[in-house]
Design a binder for this molecule. Structure first.
Ligand code: GDG
Length: 531
């Protein structure tokens, strides 16, 4: 029987130890799990192989069997890595070398030969786990930068099997890529696949340029078919990933997401009905009077809070501006440009003081790679910036930034998206960026503005967004101000065009297109060999 075997660093689900000693499975957060999880769930002949996230030393032999069974029930084959393997392969070579280098953060990249050795070892461990289960008719779809040697390792053992590889992050310029001491081995590793996929044509071009430079004896035709000196062909193309549009549109209308949305609108002073029930509960007549002027928080609990800055609160109370909400959802990663974005938001409050008390930023920054030092440093930097902005601009009953550093489930995340008048999505570098697309799906058929970085794959598609250079704090500040002021009609018109595209270019469409192309190139390759 022909099956699809997805192979990625992490499985789409993780195991958590519970207090009673048993384990529970939890859906993972992140672009890959979000994009391929629904495909895996829907296709009964699809198996997923990846790292379990736990070390075998953490559990007894009996537990291990239970864990393997729990995964098997979900059609997952877990790979267990020791702490040493995790340090060298995952924290080391994947996240301290390839991740920064591929995102143009060369100064952060560490070239450590021991990490490279461990990267090879772990790629081999994946190959060894796969070998006994692969049938010659299977299609193997390897994901991302963690497993760039795996196509070659499997190819040696299975010359005929169909292998695809997709890179979810950017591919850097040829100059940056060849600074990697093992660039040749990495290219040899992936070029053993039949089809190599990237998010954008720019990444495809950078990849082809690297191949041309490192293997001058290779050739590439206009269809993106690379021929290596040993006669092996690898097709290369762009497959921009999409989202499950209907899932996000529907989830944003669910009861829990709507509750979340209303809660956010209430706390940002947008929702009058909630405001009135809140007010009567509090019985604060002074604030009631202020609300009729269009602003209430500046007087709220005035008598209880003698340290109130009266001049600033007075500015807010005479200002008739409609209250607005900004949202963003990111893994806490230095590529996502959180410090730059916060500076732009702070600058806007300074440059346009009329927003004081009238715009609230909901910043969801999900913890990520906490074992890596640069991520801990970033967290400290973001904590400090949020503190500084809140400290400088807060009024007694208004806090400019609501900062959440927990992972939430999809419904509250959709509630956050739905509440946002503006989504601020400004990565310094990103393969695609699904958040921009999810935000638009959660505003299906209605207004909501997107401020989007020109450094992510999504900017190639979402051209009706407010496109900004994320490093240009002034430009982001101005775009944010404009996006907050835009009329609902114009925001709707912009969204309709982008949403129409997202409804067609979904995650399902992405995987189908990739797999169909893989089938075609593998079949063409086989007939060529027969000739
Ligand atoms: C890589 C590439 C590419 C975040 N926090 C929570 C949560 N999320 C979800 C979002 C979104 C996903 O995580 C993040 O996707 P991105 O695309 O922004 O980024 P990466 O994780 O870096 O993904 C990226 C992607 O792969 C796909 O190819 O677009 O460029 O770097 O789906 O919603 N989801 C939930 N709770 C959270 O707290 N439920």
């Amino acid at each position: 029987m022909s099956r699809l075997i997805i192979v990625s660093n992490r499985l789409p689900v993780s195991l958590d130890a519970t207090e009673d000693g048993s384990y529970s499975l939890r859906q993972n957060v992140g672009g890959l799990a979000t994009a391929l999880g629904p495909y895996h769930k829907a296709h009964r002949d699809c198996l997923w192989v990846g790292w379990s996230g736990i070390s075998p030393h953490q559990c007894s032999q009996e537990d291990l069997q239970d864990i393997q069974q729990a995964y098997k029930d979900r059609r997952c084959l877990p790979i267990f890595l020791s702490q040493e393997e995790i340090d060298g392969y995952y924290d080391g070579f994947s996240n301290n070398t390839l991740w920064p280098l591929f995102h143009d953060f060369s100064h952060e990249a560490q070239f450590n030969p021991d990490d490279w050795d461990m990267y090879q070892t772990v790629n081999r461990r994946f190959a060894q786990a796969l070998e006994p289960i692969i049938n010659k008719d299977d299609t193997i779809w390897i994901q991302d930068y963690h497993l760039m040697l795996l196509p070659q390792m499997l190819r040696k053992r299975f010359p005929e099997v169909s292998i695809g590889w997709f890179l979810h992050i950017p591919f850097p310029s040829e100059e940056i890529f060849r600074s990697l001491p093992w660039s040749r081995e990495i290219l040899e590793g992936v070029l053993s696949a039949n089809l190599l996929g990237f998010h954008t044509t720019d990444f495809v071009s950078s990849f082809i340029a690297s191949v041309g430079r490192i293997f001058p004896e290779s050739s590439v035709n206009q269809d993106g078919l690379i021929e290596m000196p040993d006669g092996h062909h690898a097709a290369v193309d762009a497959f921009p990933i999409g989202i499950d549009y209907n899932l996000y549109a529907r989830t944003s209308r669910s009861g829990l997401a709507q509750d979340m949305r209303r809660g956010i609108e209430f706390s940002a002073g947008k929702s009058k009905s909630h405001f009135h029930s809140f007010m009567s509960a509090e019985g604060d007549a002074a604030a009631e009077a202020a609300s009729q002027e269009g602003s209430w928080w500046s007087h709220h609990h005035l008598e209880d809070q003698p340290e109130l800055d009266l001049s600033r609160s007075a500015t807010a109370s005479i200002n008739q501006k409609e209250n607005k909400i900004i949202v963003s959802v990111d893994r806490l990663d230095y590529t996502k440009g959180l410090p730059e974005r916060l500076k732009a938001f702070g600058l806007m409050l300074e440059k346009y003081p009329e927003w004081t008390g009238h715009v609230t930023y909901y910043l969801l920054a999900t913890p990520s790679r906490e074992d890596v030092a640069s991520y801990r440093e970033l967290k400290a930097q973001v904590d400090e910036l949020v503190g500084r902005i809140n400290g400088r601009f807060s009024l007694l009953a208004w806090t400019p930034i609501h900062y959440i550093t927990r992972s939430l489930s999809i419904k509250p995340v959709c509630g956050i998206y739905a509440a946002g008048d503006v989504a601020l999505v400004t990565p310094l570098r990103d393969g695609m960026n699904l958040v921009a697309k999810e935000y638009l799906a959660c505003h299906d058929g209605r207004e909501g503005s997107l401020v989007l970085s020109n450094m992510c794959g999504a900017a190639d598609e979402l051209t009706d967004a407010f496109i900004v250079n994320p490093y240009d704090i002034d430009m982001v500040c101005e775009a944010l101000h404009k996006a907050l002021e835009i009329s609902p009609q114009e925001a709707c018109a912009r969204n309709v065009r982008m949403q129409a595209r997202l409804k067609v270019r979904t995650a399902a469409n992405w995987s189908q297109t990739f797999l169909e192309t893989l089938r075609q190139v593998t079949t063409a390759g086989m007939s060529e060999k027969r000739i």
